[in-house]
Structure formats: C-alpha cells, structure tokens
Write a protein that binds this ligand. Structure first.
Ligand code: HEM
Length: 387
C-alpha cells in the first residue's frame, strides 16, 4: 500500500496546476489595470459597489473608426455579453435569465442529468488515449444548453465557437487584421440569434428579441464553456490520482466536496471581467484611483494561504468560505446549482463505469482569463466493481 492508499485519506497534494500566490494589489503595465488577487481584497472590491463594468465595445469602436473598419456586429457581441454590461441592459438580461432558470431546473432534475451522463459514459470506449472532451466533457453541457435554449446540438457548438472567438476581441490590442474575420463571425451569430424563434421566446415572452439574442449568446459561453472546462479539470485531477477515484467510488457522497475543491483549484474563470473604479478606493493598503481598470484574479485567490491551509492540496473535507469561482458583486453567476449537478453527474457515472489514467498533457484554448479544454486524452478501462 502506498501513502496515497491510506484508508480514510481525504487530502491530495499537489493537484492540477501550479498557480502564483496572491499578493497586494499591483498595477500591471501589460494589462493596463490593477490586479487584485488576495481573497479578502477581492471580497472587498466585489462587496463595495464602487466598481462597474465598462462598456466593452468603446475601444473596439474607436480603433475600428480610426482604421476605417466595420465593427458593428463585433460591438454588438461584446455589449451583449452580460459580464460586460451595466445599468438597464444588464438588469433586463438578468431578469430574463432569472425567469428562464426555474424552467431549466424543473427540466434538468438530478435524475435526468444522471441518465444523460450514464448514456454518454456508456458510449465511451476503452482505450489508451481517449480524448474525453467531445464524448463527455463537452457533450453533457452542450446537451443541457441545446435543451435550455431550444437549439440543435450543431447550433450550440457553432454559436459557442462564435462566442469564444468574438470574446477574444475583448482583450486590448487585438491585431487590426483580425477585425474583418471577427466582424463576420459576430455578424453570423447575431443574425442567427436574432432571426430564428426558439423555446426561450415562449418562456421569455416579455423580453425583446435583442435582449434574448444577447442572453443566449452569453449563456452559450457562460454556461457551457465554463462547465465543460471545470469538468475537464475534475477528470484530469482524477486521472492523476487512482486513489482519489477509489475514494470517491467507495464514498460517492464525497463527490460534492471534490467538485468544490476543483472549482477552487481550477474553476474555468481565472480572472473576472474588467471592472472600473467609480471613485478612488482603498483596498489591501493600496489606493486604486478613480477611473482605473481592475482585474480580479480569482484563480490566485483560490490558493490564498491566508484563507486555505495547504492551498495547493485537494481536500475533500475542507471547511472553506464560499467560493469565488462563480464571481460576485453585480455579476454573480446565475447557474451554480446546475453547474454543480452536471459535474457531479458526469463524475459519478464515469467512476461507476471506468478507471482512468493520464495519457497526455491536456491542450487548451482560452486565455489568461478563461480556461477551456481543447483535448484531454486519458487511459480508459471499463471496470466491474459493484456500484
Ligand atoms: C462550473 C461552471 C461555471 C462557472 C465556473 C461559472 C463562473 C461564472 C463567473 C465567474 C461569472 C462572473 C463573470 C464576471 O464577473 O466576469 C459567471 C457569470 C455568469 N454565469 Fe456562470 N459559471 C458556470 C456555469 C454557469 C451555468 C451552468 C449558467 C447558466 C445556466 C451560468 C450563467 C451565468 C450568467 C448568465 C452569467 C452572467 C452574470 C452577469 O453578468 O450578471 N453559469 N459565471
């Protein structure tokens, strides 16, 4: 028996990726923003009401105008993403999602999620290098989103790709040569979302077609990519630790603690979307001037030693404060319950049918702000342990 097999073990160290320790708020010249990374400092910023999301398209519009380029669809796409909104458009979008989510949750019960996960896992084949992204990591959130928005699976995959591509225009200094391509992608997504009537229109009858299109565009990134990526991280952690698989197989009630730890260690949103200080604000002994941009690095906050004992370790029984993985302030995530249920269903079903091991290092799309798996190749062996 190795140390990892010790009975009753609940802590594994270290898992997933190394992350830089948080520090006091500091100005980052590359990002042209103050980066806030300690857990308490991020809590203070989110709870202060002193910060707001700036108009996302201002920069793109002015750069495009100076260069004589068209960027109106791109500007629509950026302004439609809820984390970049504020004021009345943001309230209208949140109202629409608040109306939609109870319908989604009634349809997607734990039993139904388990059944869909069981079918997807049942279709996986044994192998030494099975890319588990298309068959499970992407497939479950895609299926839920298709049902939630009344879209086909192909449309979900396509709009989700458009949404990720246009989000790349959010970062500063996008090369001018990419504007044309991004404008076409955003334009295609916009006309598709604004013209085809779907299930959401029946539930959200009071919302305008424009608000609906923005909400759907947001959800295809915010609900699908995030859940897929965090699930990918969970499966990668499991593949690294056969003993963790044994523990969770024997004690499935611990899967929820595992999901919380994966959210903390490797939630898909690494840094929240930019906020701007409405007034000068002191945090962590540093004064952030009015009008300055702020980036909240929740990934580093998740490893804050002032809050988490042995922060790099995965501890199934950690008694931690509420996670920052779902953001907060004016833009808290609107789907944590659904996300947790999806992840738990996929993990439980995979463990009940397979043993997994690492075949390759995963490959990623995404950015410094959002992690997104391109491929996650694992060794899969069907087992016959009783479930
Ligand atoms: C593990 C999965 C998920 C993670 C880690 C996650 C994380 C987040 C984070 C950090 C934000 C705030 C972004 C910011 O302030 O920049 C956010 C926003 C949002 N999330 Fe999630 N999310 C997940 C799944 C979901 C699901 C399943 C749904 C809905 C079905 C959803 C709906 C939303 C919406 C609508 C927003 C925008 C809120 C606003 O701007 O007012 N998310 N999410």
């Amino acid at each position: 028996m190795t140390a990892d097999d010790a009975p009753g073990r609940t802590r594994w160290a270290p898992v997933l990726w190394p992350v830089e320790r948080p520090g006091p708020p500091a100005f980052d010249r590359g990002d042209r923003a103050w980066v806030v990374s300690r857990f308490a400092d991020i809590g203070a910023v989110l709870g202060s009401g002193a910060f707001f999301s700036p108009d996302a398209s201002v920069e793109i519009r002015s750069v495009a105008a100076r260069a004589g380029l068209e960027a109106s669809a791109l500007a629509w796409a950026l302004d439609s993403l809820m984390p970049s909104q504020h004021g009345a458009p943001h309230r209208a979008a949140r109202d629409a999602v608040t109306t939609l989510m109870p319908h989604v949750m009634v349809g997607w019960t734990r039993d139904r999620l388990n059944a869909v996960a069981r079918r997807l896992v049942g279709d996986l084949q044994d192998g030494d290098a099975v890319d588990i992204v298309p068959g499970l990591v992407d497939a479950l959130p895609n299926a839920v989103a298709a049902d939630m928005l009344g879209l086909s699976l192909e449309d979900v995959v396509w709009v989700r790709k458009c949404s990720l591509e246009t989000m790349s225009a959010w970062r500063r200094g996008v090369p001018l040569r990419t504007y044309g391509a991004l404008e076409r992608v955003a334009g295609d997504a916009r006309s598709f979302l604004e013209t085809s009537p779907r299930g959401t229109s029946r539930i959200l009858m009071g919302a305008s077609r424009d608000v609906l299109a923005g909400v759907e565009f947001t959800l295809l990134a915010a609900a699908v990519v995030t859940t897929s990526s965090t699930l990918g991280a969970a499966l990668y952690a499991l593949a690294q630790h056969p003993d963790l698989q044994r523990t969770l197989r024997g004690r499935p009630e611990r899967i929820s603690g595992f999901v919380e730890e994966v959210l903390r260690l490797a939630g898909s949103v690494r840094r929240l979307s930019r906020r701007v200080a409405g007034t000068a604000f002191e945090v962590g002994g540093v004064v952030i001037p009015a009008d300055a941009s702020v980036i909240l690095d929740i990934e580093r906050a998740g490893r804050d030693p002032a809050v988490y004992d042995e922060p790099d370790a995965l501890d199934l029984e950690r008694n931690a404060p509420p996670t920052l993985a779902f953001g907060g302030g004016d833009h808290p995530c609107m789907g944590p319950r659904l996300a947790r249920l999806e992840m738990a269903a996929a993990i439980a079903e995979l463990l009940s049918q397979f043993e997994l091991g690492v075949a390759d290092e995963p490959s990623f799309a995404g950015s410094r702000d959002v992690r997104c798996f391109k491929a996650l190749r694992v060794r899969l062996r069907r087992h016959s342990y009783p479930s």
